[in-house]
Write a protein that binds this ligand. Structure first.
Ligand code: K1U
Ligand code: ZN
Length: 166
C-alpha cells in the first residue's frame, strides 16, 4: 500500500528510529509498502522514518529499470573513505535540490529481508543514498547540512507552498 510521506519541517522527521528485533512478515510487509511508495514518488531511496514508522528499515533502488531493490535493516556504516559532493533531493523536502558533501565510499553491514547479515561496499550514488537514508533513521534531513541562510530560505519557501496548497 502507498504510505503518506512526512513533509519537512515535520518534527517527527527528527525521531531516532529503533533497531528491528526480528525480521518477520510485518517487517517484510513494511519493506513492500515502502518500495511501492518509493517507486511511485519516484525516488531512489526511502527510510521508514519518512513514513512515520520509527524502525531502522531502509529501501533503496538506484537501478534505471527498478530491478535493483535492496532492503537494509538495522544498517550500520562500518567504514567511510574519500569525499564526494552530490546534488541531493529528498521526498520529504519536495522541489529542493542542493549540493551535499559525503563520503565517496562506504562499507555497510545490514540484515536483508530474510534476516541474513550482509556486508555491502558502495560508491557513487549508491553510497550517497545509503548515507542519506541512514541519516533519516538518525533524525537528520539533508537540508540541515546547508547554511542557516539557505535553510531559512527553504523553510519560508516550504511554508508559503503549504499555505497555498492548504
Ligand atoms: O528522501 C529520500 O530519502 C529519497 C531521496 C534519496 C536520495 C539519495 C541520493 C541523492 C539524492 C536523493 C530521493 O530519491 S530524491 C529523488 C531522486 O534523487 C531521484 C528520483 C528519481 C530518479 C533519480 C533520482
Ligand atoms: Zn530524504
Amino acid at each position: 500500500a502507498l504510505l503518506p510521506i512526512l513533509r519537512y519541517p515535520d518534527p517527527r522527521l527528527h525521531t531516532i528510529a529503533q533497531p528491528v528485533g526480528s525480521v518477520d512478515d510485518e517487517i517484510r510487509q513494511l519493506v513492500a509498502d515502502m518500495a511501492e511508495t518509493m517507486y511511485e514518488a519516484p525516488g531512489v531511496g526511502l527510510a521508514a522514518t519518512q513514513v512515520n514508522v520509527h524502525k531502522r528499515v531502509v529501501v533503496i533502488d538506484v537501478s534505471e529499470d527498478k530491478t535493483g531493490l535492496m532492503a537494509l535493516i538495522n544498517p550500520e556504516i562500518l567504514e567511510r573513505s574519500g569525499e564526494q559532493e552530490c546534488e541531493e533531493g529528498c521526498l520529504s523536502v519536495p522541489g529542493i535540490y542542493e549540493k551535499v558533501t559525503r563520503a565517496e565510499r562506504v562499507k555497510v553491514r545490514a540484515l536483508n529481508e530474510k534476516g541474513e547479515s550482509r556486508e555491502i561496499e558502495a560508491e557513487g550514488l549508491l553510497a550517497v543514498c545509503i548515507q542519506h537514508e541512514i541519516d533519516h533513521l538518525d533524525g537528520k534531513v539533508f537540508v540541515e547540512y546547508l547554511s542557516s541562510l539557505k535553510l531559512s530560505r527553504i523553510k519560508s519557501k516550504l511554508a508559503k507552498k503549504a499555505r497555498i496548497t492548504a
